[in-house]
Write a protein that binds this ligand. Structure first.
Ligand code: SAM
Length: 267
């Protein structure tokens, strides 16, 4: 990979959030997280010079890769030639593209060493979709470790918040691997971790929109008691009483199951 980068004159761009991975063993381990990819459709966001892409192709995946840095396209085209018929490169901004349409309405696994600035925006979009189960079968994504911990957080601590509820109320989210900052070129300031998310069934009668409104209110004033923070959500305080949830509790002690129960009652 270092040779590919040197040959194509690809210096990492800070503005595009570029921190490249070169260690093939590490990349193979990341590519193995979603299980056997042979013959499966994979969407990769931000392939850069193609380190993870190569690992995915080696694993037998059919990869669609979205990259907005034109400088990377020749290196990716070379990679496509080495794995005929397995790689399609789409030049563009992943935030502006319709992924389901891009993948031809077929199920796909998402793998990505995301640029940190777009990472959370894409994650919220993938997890917040109206259609469930979604077309993606799993998300295997690199995040700053601090964000990864917020995604997989359990109630009771300061990392538990809207991101954890969004990630876990109808999906399973696991911290699959920690990645040391020294594995990247250039090394970012903080440690990273790969999160693996798989969709599961929606708890019956729970509206995504109601749940979102509820968690926004509850965690928007996370130091306050629910009695106070949920004042702006009509009927919520009454529902707490009906369900036997102490209104003096704070949002960070409320389990995802309790949040979905409150949402169900609110309709
Ligand atoms: N996957 C490569 C690796 O692991 O070595 C590169 C990872 S680098 C952290 C992120 C890549 O995402 C860069 O190549 C950057 O150009 C690309 N990128 C940044 N924003 C993007 C966007 N909105 N849509 C598509 N690609 C983007």
């Amino acid at each position: 990979m270092r040779e590919v980068i040197a040959r194509h004159g690809l210096s990492a761009s800070k503005a595009l959030g570029q921190n490249f991975l070169f260690d093939e063993q590490l990349l193979d381990r990341i590519a193995a997280i979603p299980g056997d990819l042979s013959g499966r459709q994979v969407l990769e966001v931000g392939p850069g010079p193609g380190g993870l892409t190569r690992a995915l192709l080696r694993a037998g995946a059919r990869v669609t890769a979205i990259e907005m840095d034109r400088r990377c396209l020749p290196a990716l085209a070379e990679l496509g030639e080495a794995f005929p018929g397995q790689l399609r490169v789409v030049e563009g901004d992943a935030l502006k593209l319709d992924h389901a349409e891009l993948m031809g309405g077929e199920p796909f696994a998402v793998l990505s060493n995301l640029p940190y600035n777009v990472g959370t925006a894409l994650f919220v979009r993938w997890l917040g979709g109206q259609n469930w189960p979604p077309l993606w079968t799993s998300l295997t994504l690199m995040f700053q470790q601090e964000v990864a911990q917020r995604i997989v957080a359990q109630p009771g601590g300061s990392t538990y918040g809207r991101l954890a509820v969004l990630a876990q109320w109808r999906a399973e989210a696991k911290l699959a691997m920690k990645v040391h900052r020294s594995a990247f070129t250039p090394p970012p300031k903080v440690m990273s971790a790969v999160v693996h998310v798989t969709p599961c069934a929606i708890p019956e009668g729970v509206s995504a929109r109601t749940l979102e409104r509820l968690t926004e209110a509850a965690f928007g004033q996370r130091r306050k008691m629910l009695r106070q923070s949920l004042k702006g959500v009509p009927g919520a305080v009454e529902v707490l009483e009906k369900l036997g949830i102490d209104p003096q509790r704070r949002a960070e002690t409320v389990s995802i199951r309790e949040f979905t129960q409150i949402s169900r009652e609110l309709g």
